[in-house]
Design a protein around this ligand. Structure first.
Ligand SMILES: *Cc1c(COP(=O)(O)O)cnc(C)c1O
Length: 495
């Protein structure tokens, strides 16, 4: 039986998984959610003897029911291969009493690789199933990390092209170097003279341009999005929570049925929502601990039931969590409102009109699995230093936000359940902040000197993703004004 997906904003649209992946967003602006969360049909013992790829199949087959076994296994095997620098794909590292689930062993050394390495394959399979003849053109605006992960995922994937716009003077030198050295005939990277909002607004305009859509259709192209609200990004993220629990069981770190807590450094609420789905599929997870940086909208929300984005935007050392609207939270709102699309739509309307909404007491009660807290910049730096001093293990700034919040949770509740901490980026990606946290004396070094110093300090080889860009030739040097984005796209597509 097929599992269908519905929009969070109206009852009318019901689609299959492949259609939800192709569309990304529902026509009414809502997000697709499965009509019910499937239960795992393998025992945890069985799962504990499976590889990452086998686990991925067991989880994803329950959500993507209109994919054949062969199609799905083919997508999985193309995604989770030697692009990852470890066969286990997502290793667990024990440090200071917690299990760090390292989600940064893919091509761009951040957790976005976990989903963006498979999304292109899910997308082209979906296109074939739905008899889409056009080539899929992925259009993305990036503030740094997502762009590179999407480029790496889509590079040389047949039937796709990818265009990434980034603010020319608004990303870190390493982030820019990572993007402009991207290989692949189907990739195109453009710097724009403007900020991230300009890039984002420009991309949204292109998506909404009906005239352009018609011209593209004639030329054999159509746009699609690799945005984190796509169900094709959410489902692959459930896998590593299932896998990590099964590994803990296999290694005798937890007993059968023993409940663990999960801590997730949160921005758009996608990663922690995946953990919530894993729990609802049958993984023994007690608390879902939602960690924010100084942009603590979610902490305030879990405390008060009021979501309020009307506040100052803070630039922090964990930039991938600098977000005031956590898009994927909409799915939790919908689910805890008893799948009441009308109610959810009203909240989202007041969010876009007034920048805030308040949920009901019943809904708040339905969110008891969640605990929210946040870490200041200083606390985050102290956590990196303390963990390094105590154990020699070095974590990145985002993971350090999670570890800080874990300590706050444990102090407040005395809960001593075992904990998995989602470790979302390699410390090599945020080298300067990490090294400065350990000792300010490093601040005078260049970015690549810091990389070598970190490698010595942590006793970890420099990841290939960083080593490569030291000498890699620049392959993309197009820069344009925000007004010219459309003509740049048309030129790249040969229109
Ligand atoms: C994207 C990102 C996050 C936030 O994840 P969400 O799914 O958006 O909550 C956290 N850490 C890093 C390093 C990221 O790239």
């Amino acid at each position: 039986m097929d599992l269908f997906y519905r929009s969070t904003r109206s009852k009318n649209e019901t689609v299959k998984a492949s259609q939800a992946i192709l569309k990304g967003l529902a026509d009414d602006g809502g997000l697709f959610v499965p009509e019910s969360v499937p239960t795992l049909d393998k025992t945890l013992e069985e799962l504990s003897n499976m590889t990452y790829q086998e686990t991925a199949y067991e989880v994803m087959k329950l959500f993507l029911t209109d994919f054949t076994e062969e199609e799905l296994k083919d997508c999985i095997n193309k995604a989770y291969d030697s692009k990852f620098d470890t066969e286990v794909i997502a290793p667990l590292v024990e440090a200071d009493g917690a299990y760090y689930l390292e989600l940064f062993h893919g091509a761009t050394i951040a957790f976005k690789d976990m989903a963006l390495s498979i999304l292109p394959h899910l997308l082209i399979t979906s296109a074939k199933k739905n008899h889409v003849k056009n080539e899929i053109v992925i259009l993305t605006a990036t503030s740094g990390d997502t762009g590179k992960a999407a480029l790496a995922g889509f590079a040389d994937v047949e039937g796709t092209r990818i265009i990434v716009f980034y603010p020319k003077n608004g990303v870190s030198p390493i982030q820019e170097k990572q993007m402009v050295t991207q290989k692949g005939d189907n990739t195109f990277v453009v710097g724009i003279t403007g900020n991230f909002d300009d890039a984002q607004t420009g991309v949204k305009q292109l998506f909404g341009d009906k005239e352009l859509a018609a011209q593209m259709d004639e030329a054999g192209f159509q746009f699609s999005s690799a945005n984190s609200i796509n169900i094709g990004r959410l489902v692959p993220q459930i896998v590593y929570y299932v896998y990590s629990y099964a590994q803990l069981l296999k290694e005798g770190k937890v007993e059968k049925g023993e409940k663990i807590n999960v801590v997730v450094p949160t921005g758009n609420f996608g990663n922690i929502l995946a953990a919530y789905f894993a729990k609802n599929m049958g993984i023994p997870i007690a608390k879902l601990i939602c960690a924010s940086n100084e942009n603590k909208v979610l902490y305030d929300f879990f405390e008060t039931g009021i979501y309020d984005r009307n506040r100052e935007f803070v630039l922090t050392s964990s930039p991938s969590m600098d977000i005031l609207i956590s898009s994927n939270l909409e799915r939790l709102i919908y689910l805890t409102a008893g799948c009441d699309a009308e109610k959810n739509a009203a909240f989202m309307k007041s969010l876009s009109r007034d920048g805030k909404y308040e949920i009901t007491a019943d809904m708040k009660a339905n969110m008891e699995d969640f605990y929210g807290n946040y870490a200041s910049e200083q606390e985050t730096a102290e956590t990196i230093k303390n963990l390094y001093d105590k154990t020699g293990y070095v974590i990145d700034t985002h993971t350090a936000v999670a570890a800080t919040v874990l300590h706050k949770y444990q102090e407040a509740t005395k809960d001593d359940a075992k904990v998995v901490v989602a470790s979302t980026a390699s410390p090599f990606k945020f080298t300067r902040s990490v090294m400065n946290a350990i000792d300010m004396k490093y601040d005078s070094m260049t970015d690549f000197e810091l990389v070598d110093e970190l490698s010595k300090l942590a006793n970890v080889d420099v990841p290939k993703a960083i080593d490569e860009i030291r000498t890699a030739p620049v392959l993309h040097d197009t820069v344009c004004d925000k007004e010219d984005m459309k003509s740049v796209v048309m030129k790249f597509l040969g229109m």
